[in-house]
Design a protein around this ligand. Structure first.
Ligand SMILES: NC(=O)c1ccc[n+]([C@@H]2O[C@H](COP(=O)([O-])OP(=O)(O)OC[C@H]3O[C@@H](n4cnc5c(N)ncnc54)[C@H](OP(=O)(O)O)[C@@H]3O)[C@@H](O)[C@H]2O)c1
Length: 475
């Protein structure tokens, strides 16, 4: 059976890929817009670069496929994401029918359109489009609510709020019921769906036991060994709550707002098809929380909500550091150190390790960025040392990675211009360059105002990278 996995570099896709490639009867093909973002994970697997907005590329991806997973959404692409999601699903369905695909498996969100966020409405519309030709193609439409797993946006919010705040001040939606589910179970349902006997199109709701959002937080606190109190305040509006989440958790305003919007209406399983079709039940909520925490503590997070950001990538591709007109370049001899040692030190920047002596200045910039609606620094990084192409690192994202030679980061902070930070290891030297392409006068003013701070920050950064490389020793 040939299986196409779209969204293979996304939160669910990366995890599902690991399971599908171990199923003997499945021949797996991955579909991504940029194959380089898969890095070593694509080894031994067939990869096709395609976009749902390019029907010819879709037909190439779907040729000879029996089962196709649809794990795509356009939320990060801007305010017209709903129209894009609609077109994306229509193109996919059309190409799948033309290519003789027998089954589409789609994961959307739980809940109905009444009081739903625009994101959820778009997820429902996507399911409706994909299921609209049951006479020609079978669609298994899974619907999940809050997904509990290391790196999922919902879990990162729960974890950060619970760990940082002894008293949780919440809006009144805290009593709304929901049925969360562990990411391991989501992946299990999705993977087993590929080999189900052929049948009708279905909507399959998945979730563990029902509980209020308040309970979701308090029970997670208990698993983490923390005692927390909830105070529900009726005056917290969706906007205020979203700012609150933006301040205390890694998610930016848009993601927080979309999640908050969906919290006012119940998110409950509405059918028992999962029980009828699969021979297992989801693990209890507490077990899913414990597993997520275990993965975070062991530095074994497979994927994060912020992994894929095609829109940021396209913006990055459309710009060239050669256009930058303001530059801060520094060099440092490597001495006895190998290129590999220095590269390891560079790729360990940010996240919990921070940015050396001027970490507080980076944090301050992060706080300002958050206030301006950006990502700030508390998005952190997935792994303490391993960095994939396109993956985020505080308010940066990896734009080019050449092991032991070059790391290029492009800035995702709200700036009056475009910024990059480059490290090149060349002929016994580390060359560190900050590039800036200012937008008009404001951009230039910004750069010159920060010159004194940059002097200290960048001088310290290169020196400490080399010092840390020596401390890390040879591996
Ligand atoms: N994560 C959750 O907590 C959760 C909860 C409930 C339901 N779900 C559902 O699960 C599904 C997958 O979600 P996710 O969290 O894994 O998403 P994600 O991490 O944001 O990944 C989205 C994927 O879509 C791809 N994509 C976007 N536009 C594309 C296009 N035009 N052509 C081809 N690929 C495109 C992205 O690739 P690029 O890198 O190229 O942009 C990325 O791989 C969604 O339907 C979502 O509603 C997720």
């Amino acid at each position: 059976m040939r299986v196409l996995l779209t969204g293979a570099n996304g939160y669910i896709g990366r995890r599902l890929k690991r399971v599908l490639k171990t199923v003997p009867e499945i021949q797996l093909r991955l579909m991504v817009r940029n194959a380089a973002t898969l890095g070593a994970e694509a080894q031994g697997l067939e990869v096709v670069e395609a976009s749902t907005f390019d029907p010819a590329s879709l037909r190439r991806a779907l040729a000879g496929v029996d089962v196709a997973y649809y794990l795509i959404h356009a939320l990060a692409s801007g305010p017209d994401f709903r129209q894009k999601d609609h077109l994306s699903a229509e193109n996919f369905l059309q190409a799948a029918i033309e290519c003789g695909v027998k089954r589409i498996i789609y994961l959307g969100g739980l809940g109905d359109k009444t009081n739903a966020s625009e994101h959820l409405i778009s997820r429902i519309e996507t399911g409706e489009v994909l299921s609209s030709r049951p006479d020609q193609i079978q669609t298994l439409w899974f619907r999940a609510g809050v997904i509990i797993g290391s790196g999922s946006a919902s879990f990162e919010i729960i974890r950060n709020l619970v760990q940082k705040l002894p008293v949780l001040i919440t809006p009144k939606w805290v009593s709304t019921p929901a049925q969360p589910i562990g990411v391991g179970d989501v992946v299990r349902y999705l993977s087993e769906a590929a080999t189900l006997p052929h049948g009708e199109s279905e909507v399959i709701d998945i979730g563990t036991e029902a509980m209020s959002y308040g309970e979701i937080m308090l029970r997670a606190a208990k698993v983490m060994g923390l005692k927390r109190r909830l105070i529900a305040v009726p005056v917290l509006t969706p906007n205020l709550s979203s700012y609150w989440l933006t301040l205390f958790t890694p998610v930016p305003f848009t993601v927080a707002h979309s999640l908050i919007e969906g919290l006012s209406s119940p998110v409950l399983v509405q059918n028992d098809r999962a029980q009828a079709l699969f021979g297992f039940s989801p693990q209890p909520y507490e077990a899913a929380v414990a597993k997520a925490i275990e993965e975070i503590e062991a530095n074994q997070v497979i994927s994060r909500w912020s992994d894929s950001d095609g829109a940021a990538w396209e913006k990055h591709q459309s710009a060239d550091i050669a256009d930058a007109i303001l530059i801060d370049r520094r060099r440092m001899p490597l001495g006895e150190l190998s290129a590999h040692q220095v590269y390891r030190s560079i790729t360990s920047l940010g996240g919990d390790s921070g940015w050396f002596d001027y970490d507080w200045l980076w944090e301050l910039s992060g706080a300002i960025d958050k206030l301006l609606g950006g990502y700030g620094t508390n998005r952190g990084r997935r792994d303490a040392c391993d960095l994939r192409l396109g993956e985020c690192l505080d308010f940066w994202r990896g734009g080019d990675l050449q092991p032991d030679v070059r790391l290029l980061l492009f800035a995702q902070m709200r700036l009056p211009g475009r910024a990059w930070l480059e490290f090149v290891i060349w002929e016994g030297e580390l060359i560190q360059t900050a590039y800036f392409y200012p937008s008009g006068v404001l951009g230039r003013l910004y750069w010159y105002a920060l010159l004194p701070a940059h002097f200290f920050i960048f001088r310290n950064l290169i020196k400490r990278i080399v010092e840390r490389a020596a401390q890390m020793g040879k591996v």
